[in-house]
Design a protein around this ligand. Structure first.
Ligand code: BES
Ligand code: MN
Ligand code: ZN
Length: 502
């Protein structure tokens, strides 16, 4: 990963492959953002003019390169756009995105000086995080020869123009690095092809990480799941040659202010099962474990940040495959805790593995449960590919989660649970069916999950089916493929709880 450091030297004096400055759209055209002064001086005060000449406008997402004059130690100047000029300072997300665009554009370079408007700790953290996320690439599956030929991600980002001994800035870089490393861990898990990442191999990865970070871990295999009566996870995993797992990974703090349970949908591949998905709908279904990946990464992050909170992650891992041993549409599953579910569509499998894990998580009486899942195509229809839906059994908690998500740079939107949709899941043979009305499918799924939340426990559900996997072109600090969405929301919630605000 890109190493981020702080320097008191100016952008002009640092030996690097490129200097990054920021530009914005002013009322009368392109303006330079603060931080670019030393670079502008090297251009005799004409940097804005030079950039405008080659077409720069300051628009969000823009990246324009110009050769540097001899008075700069770096041969290249890269100007990234911030969008509309902001007199009162730029929002953290604007800086994260700009730093991400810069790191992505400088792929193949070794070292860059970042001369962005980042003097306060919050802005320093944003630039450090954006750069480390933007530089991300997934190389594990290319041959060594291909990787040797390929350009490598930006190795070093030096944030120049800092104050000497700025402890707050140093702490900001450290926090950003933990977040970036854990988000990139979650991205790696999502990008890992499903022939390599399956329930057992995921559990093994979690076990290694738990050991490294001093976390408690328990892995229930098929035998233990059978003994425990986890009918949902077993029913979904039954069609696969590679059996399901339920992983409990726990971080505890001796002075914890609250306890949280995070539950992740971990379908390592969703073929749809006997209700097989048609071609065109299954090519990206390795991403169906993104919820479990986010939960896992967030628990490790909470521990590395030493937050005063207990966080238990529950990873409900299964591969949804059709076979002679697969669950049939029409089967009735006996879930953990005793409720029965008629499976009308084996492609509505996420709610089945989550139900077991939510009941199990509730037994430990946490202050709140948050589940994270690539649950429904309907939520993608409703909110598009960059925003996740937030459903909860408590309006205030839903607002809290929504606000924390937006502040962390993760677009989210509150969604309702209209009570009338519940009867669509009435079953003629079981307590409930796993399918209801087609319209409002994301809300129906929320109503299904709510049935498995114990009375008196605050619960929220994040449907990340849209933003979990970026099939479009990279933007800001978001690459193609796994995005690590929800990691920062969960970490922010853990911080919120650690501050005694839950
Ligand atoms: N994993 C899918 C949801 C999904 C869709 C994730 C698009 C990412 C992108 C989920 O298991 C699923 O198949 N849901 C069905 C539910 C339906 C059968 C009630 C859906 O949304 O069509
Ligand atoms: Mn499915
Ligand atoms: Zn699924």
């Amino acid at each position: 990963m890109t190493a981020v450091s702080l320097s008191t030297s100016t952008a002009a004096a640092l030996r690097a492959d490129a200097v990054v400055v920021a530009v914005a759209k002013g009322p009368k055209g392109l303006v330079l953002a603060p931080g670019s002064e030393a670079v502008d001086e090297a251009f005799d005060g004409k940097l804005a003019e030079v950039l405008a000449t080659v077409g720069a406008t300051g628009a969000d997402g823009e990246a324009v390169k110009v050769p540097a004059p001899a008075t700069l130690k770096a041969p290249l100047v890269l100007a990234v756009g911030l969008g509309d000029v902001a007199e009162g300072g730029y929002a953290a997300e604007v800086l994260r995105k700009a730093a991400g665009v810069a790191a992505r554009t400088l792929h193949g370079s070794k070292k860059a000086a970042f001369a962005l408007p980042a003097t306060e700790a919050e802005a320093v953290e944003a630039v450090a995080l954006g750069a480390q996320l933007g530089a991300y690439t997934f190389t594990a599956c290319r041959s060594d020869a291909a990787n040797a030929d390929a350009k490598t991600p930006l190795a070093e980002a030096v944030l120049v123009g800092g104050k000497r001994g700025d402890k707050a800035a140093k702490a900001a870089v450290e926090r950003a690095t933990v977040l970036a490393e854990e988000m990139n861990r979650a991205r790696d898990l999502v990008n890992q092809p499903p022939n390599d990442l399956f329930p057992k191999s995921f559990a093994d990865i979690a076990t290694v990480a738990a050991k490294e970070h001093g976390l408690k871990i328990e892995v229930l295999d098929e035998k233990a799941l059978t003994k425990g009566g986890f009918g949902g996870i077993l029913g979904v995993g039954g069609g696969s040659e590679r059996g399901p797992r339920l992983v409990k990974i726990a971080y505890t703090h001796p002075k914890a202010k609250a306890s949280l349970a995070f539950v992740g949908k971990g379908i390592t591949y969703d073929s749809g099962g006997i209700s097989l998905k048609p071609a065109g709908h299954n090519e990206t279904m390795k991403c169906d474990m993104a919820g479990a990946g986010a939960v896992f990464a967030a628990v490790v992050a909470a521990s590395r940040l030493g937050l005063q909170v207990n966080v238990t992650g529950w990873l409900a891992l299964a591969e949804n495959m059709p076979s002679g041993s697969a669950t049939r549409p029409g089967d009735v599953l006996r879930m953990y805790g005793g409720k029965t579910v008629e499976v009308l569509n084996t492609d509505a499998e996420g709610r089945l593995v989550l139900a077991d894990a939510i009941v199990r998580a509730g037994e430990e009486k946490p202050d709140a449960i948050v589940d994270v899942a690539t649950l429904t195509g309907a939520m993608v229809m409703a909110l598009g590919s960059r925003t996740f839906g937030v459903i909860a059994n408590d309006d205030e908690f839903r607002s809290t989660v929504h606000t924390l998500a937006e502040e962390a740079g993760e677009p989210a939107w509150p969604m309702p649970m209209p009570a009338h949709l519940r009867s669509g899941m009435d079953s003629t043979v079981a307590d409930i069916a796993n399918m209801g009305e087609r319209m409002g499918g994301g809300l129906v799924a929320g109503l299904f999950l709510k049935e498995f939340v114990a009375d008196g426990i605050t619960w929220a559900h994040l449907d990340i089916a849209g933003p979990a996997f970026n099939e479009a072109a990279p933007f800001g600090y978001t690459p193609k493929g796994g995005t690590a969405t929800a990691v920062r929301t969960l970490v922010a919630l853990a911080e919120h709880a650690a501050d005694g605000k839950l």
